[in-house]
Design a protein around this ligand. Structure first.
Ligand SMILES: [Zn+2]
Length: 389
């Protein structure tokens, strides 16, 4: 049965860190009348048949006939309401993925959307579009950086309408990831192999994640200081601030100085923003006497709050390593996991002219969107107004 094939495909890609980090990505299967799309908030690696939402495709099609408000908040809310209304009877306890419309209009039975670092080395690079045309020709559509949801689906709809036939089975989304479509599981796997093999042949080397350590080593004081700064900035009673540490060979080359840090200093994809923040903070300390390091870190922290209004989720200290900061057990680890993913993307992007960050307005959209998503669940979120202490 096709839904079982979809579950197997989803778990395969979801449990392979080369394709999926921190549960990102989504998958679907469709026939003439029904789209089975991953529910929002479910990780692909552990997905079951009942975690897919059955959508009425005729209902989804009517969304393209509506006139929606121009403002992004009002528009996304209206589209979401119409999407919820297109759920089949008995499915109303589930929330379909934000990319449901795109899945529905990509004309293949199976669609697997992921954010592999290797692919994002291309999609987050300066010459990605030209390279994609050269490497994949008419097999792929390139969609310039765009906010997720309705506007992304609309851009894909327009691109598919003018695409050559047969319809391209790969959609490369700038600063985001890739959609792959096929009418069989084997077709999906062949296309993914083709994409990954083609890109692997272009890159100049793998990021060196050896010499990895999560031990604070000589820096427990800095971890302690960062935890205190976070707690003072935004006290959290239920899930206290936690800090964890990462150092590896690739990271060492990025934290030599401010210019070597540049490729990971801003946001490459929405996932990086959600988990590692849009503004990783780099603190140079080489010219600082040991007795002044605490003051320098405090000043850098204050400067970051003034500039961004948010607590940094990543603080990288020159020559030392990176600290992930978050509330609860998982968040600081997730921050480092996604920051490491950004390092990989930056290394791969060297083959395509270096990194190209998301634009400030698109970064703002995701930062606001994330707050909206999590505000109701978490009493104190990172982007709420902060008490300066
Ligand atoms: Zn995505």
């Amino acid at each position: 049965m096709s839904i079982e094939v979809l579950v197997t495909l989803s778990r395969y890609y979801g449990s392979n860190p080369e394709y999926v980090v921190a549960g990102g990505g989504n998958t679907s299967f469709k026939d003439e009348s029904t789209l089975f799309i991953k529910s929002s908030g479910i990780a692909l690696a552990e997905i079951c048949a009942e975690d897919f939402v059955q959508m009425d495709r005729a209902g989804l099609a009517t969304i393209w006939e509506q006139a929606y408000p121009a403002g992004s908040d009002a528009r996304e809310a209206a589209v979401l309401a119409d999407m919820m209304a297109a759920r089949k009877p008995g499915e109303t306890a589930k929330r379909p993925s934000v990319e449901t419309l795109l899945h529905d209009l990509f004309p293949f039975s199976y669609v697997v959307h992921t954010h592999p670092a290797l692919v994002n080395g291309l999609t987050c690079s300066c010459t990605g579009e030209q390279a994609a045309r050269k490497l994949f020709g008419d097999q792929a559509i390139w969609i310039p950086s765009i906010n997720p949801g309705y506007v992304l689906a609309l851009a894909v709809k327009k691109a598919l309408a003018v695409a050559p036939k047969p319809v391209p089975s790969i959609i490369l989304l700038q600063n985001h990831g890739v959609f792959v479509g096929a009418d069989s599981a084997e077709g999906i796997q062949e296309r993914y192999h083709h994409i990954m093999d083609t890109l692997r042949a272009c890159i100049q080397g793998e990021p060196d994640l050896s010499e990895r350590t999560a031990s604070y080593g000589a820096s427990p004081e800095i971890a302690c200081l960062l935890r205190e700064l976070a707690a003072k900035t935004a006290p959290q009673r239920n899930a206290p601030w936690q800090v964890c540490f990462e150092r590896n060979a690739a990271l060492s080359t990025f934290i030599r100085d401010a210019s070597s840090f540049y490729p990971v200093s801003s946001a490459l994809t929405p996932d990086h923003i959600v988990y590692a923040g849009s503004d990783p903070l780099f603190i140079p300390v080489f010219d600082t006497p040991a007795s002044d390091v605490v003051r320098v870190i405090q000043e850098a922290w204050e400067g970051h709050l003034d500039k961004t209004g948010m607590i940094p989720k990543i603080v990288a200290v020159q020559g030392l390593g990176a600290f992930g900061i978050g509330t609860g057990e998982k968040a600081p680890h997730r921050a480092l996991e996604l920051f490491t993913d950004a390092l990989k993307v930056a290394v791969y992007a060297q083959a395509f002219g270096g990194v190209c960050f998301m634009s400030p307005d698109k970064i703002r959209f995701i930062n606001t969107w994330e707050v909206e998503q999590y505000r109701s669940q978490v009493a104190e979120t990172l982007a709420l107004p902060i008490e300066k202490g």
